[in-house]
Design a protein around this ligand. Sequence first.
Ligand code: SAH
Length: 380
Amino acid sequence: MPLVLASPGPAGSRPASNRPAGGRGRPPRHLADLPLAERRAVVAGLGQPPFRASQLSRHFFGRYTDRPEEMSDLPLAARDPLTQALLPRLLTPERELACDGGTTRKTLWRTFDGALVESVLMRYPDRVTMCVSSQAGCGMACPFCATGQAGLTRNLSTAEIVAQVVAGARLLARGEVPGGAGRVSNIVFMGMGEPLANYASVLAAVRRLTEPVPEGMGISQRSVTVSTVGLVPAITRLAAEGLSVTLAVSLHAPDDELRDTLVPVNRRWKVAEVLDAAWGYAATTGRRVSIEYALIRDINDHAWRADQLGSLLAGRLAHVNLIPLNPTPGSKWTASRPAAQREFVRRLEAHGVPVTVRDTRGREIDGACGQLAASAVARP
Ligand code: SAH
């Protein structure tokens, strides 16, 4: 498989206590988990000159490799100990699917302890977006989302998140995605999981992805979007981090009665509180907040709800991203009728609210919104 991230090491070499079945382990330490100063300390602890930490980091973040045989600037004898200490194998591709002529690629990954997570690469004429997972599963239980049905297995580590992006970057750099050699330009935390429920790892991942090589991968903060169900204290905390990443809030309903059912965490933080936190984020960062709204036929796509949403958002630093519902297997819900969708857009625009309708890339490979379910592996 082209996406193997690390030289396959003997899985049995790790202590059994560190590898429980079913994805409940603590992933091995990886350089992407650590700031550069700590990588240097690890390298020094191995009796190597600390600058080797930068060399290793350049291989991983700049050349997207973790193979000792590709590290010709490192002494032969140092390559294996250094890669074993700082570049352990974290993700193994379990299954890969492509559509849109190869420009949309979904990868199902197996973690070291058997959990399954997915990432999706989407190449457009002007950009390449990687949709990454922040957790194996999700504990937020939104009834229309495939991941929400499965529950939470565990948080991903910083390096497990970063490794998804590095894998995509490597494919692009090697010209394995149609369109010629390229780079990852955008990252959206819209794969499996609730990023703000795994705050520390996600924040460190954002830093790692956006710091320049060799600290990190050098992607622009403005091109990173963190999407949340609306964990209010975490939104407030994120606003204070001094980052310029985009916040996306998965609203899906303008009223508490409906949102309590579509996004169950709304029972804890109501629409008004979530939006207040979002406006606080916009005020602090100057970044326009993206309001995500999956249009579900006859559930949340009524004209009056469009008007209510329009009134809530009018005059705010926000835009609405409408997502035609991607029905999960067995779901009684489906996408809105085209006329209802058009009317929803029209009413929002009448309130002066900018609206886009998300494209539905990746549907054939269950790579579209809400479809990232590990059950994909069980299908024939
Ligand atoms: N937990 C985060 C990020 C992951 S989901 C969040 O909720 O924002 C990314 C986006 O896809 C969210 O807006 C989510 O509500 C939406 N989504 C989930 N399932 C969907 C489905 N079946 N159809 C359309 N959008 C869906």
